[in-house]
Design a protein around this ligand. Structure first.
Ligand code: GAR
Length: 199
């Protein structure tokens, strides 16, 4: 039961969800610790934010690898060196191969800006508005080989309000993302720790 669950966070951009996870994990009672931040874009703003927060961060320029298997092998090496047991995708805008997902089966979480199973894929805020939905939100789920289709851990809902554009709606959802993701990570990390106790 002892030992926090070492977690790698994968990002591609600004990393605001990453920062929410780092902030939550500052509390020593939080069941996970952020062992490493990895970005597929070395220029990602989130890398700098992680470093400023005192977390190890590494940019692996996906474009510089011969292909996806080589890039993912480098990620696995870095994650293994950091002794990561769990991965959180936080705005990581790259589809992971079935082989990588299998290697980390049951150990990859993602946050997606919609109420899954609705609105998988990209541009969820624009599509929620275009479809005239009354409600929107975000979902934390386990990653499987099917995009945005793995088992759901937690969801948060927000209303779509008159006068919303995609930016306003995204901002309302993002507030919930920052609350939901640490909560969901804590739930999963506690389950992993309980499983360790049973081993
Ligand atoms: C977040 O809204 C996240 O839900 C979304 O990208 C944003 C990243 O923001 N993820 C996806 O769309 C994944 N398909 P952040 O870098 O500030 O956390």
């Amino acid at each position: 039961m002892t030992g926090r669950v070492r977690t790698g966070v994968l990002i591609s951009g600004r990393g605001s969800n990453m920062s929410a996870l780092i902030e939550a994990a500052r509390n020593k009672d939080f069941p996970a610790e952020i062992a490493l931040v990895l970005s597929d874009k070395p220029q990602a703003a989130g890398i700098r934010a992680a470093q400023l927060a005192g977390v190890a961060a590494l940019g692996l320029d996906a474009k510089r690898f011969a292909g996806k298997p080589e890039f993912e092998a480098a990620m696995t090496v870095a994650l293994a060196a950091a002794e990561a047991e769990l991965i959180c995708l936080a705005g990581f805008m790259r589809i992971l191969s079935p082989a990588f997902v299998e290697r980390w089966r049951g150990r990859i979480l993602n946050i997606h800006p919609s109420l899954l199973p609705d609105l998988r894929g990209l541009q969820t805020h624009e599509r929620a508005l275009a479809e005239g939905r009354a409600e929107h939100g975000c979902t934390v789920h386990f990653v499987t080989a099917d995009l945005d289709a793995g088992p759901i851990v937690a969801q948060a809902r927000v209303p779509v309000l008159p006068g919303d554009d995609a930016d306003r709606l995204a901002a309302r959802v993002l507030v919930e993302e920052h609350r939901l993701y640490p909560e969901a990570l804590a739930t999963v990390a506690r389950a992993i720790r309980a499983g360790r106790g049973a081993e």
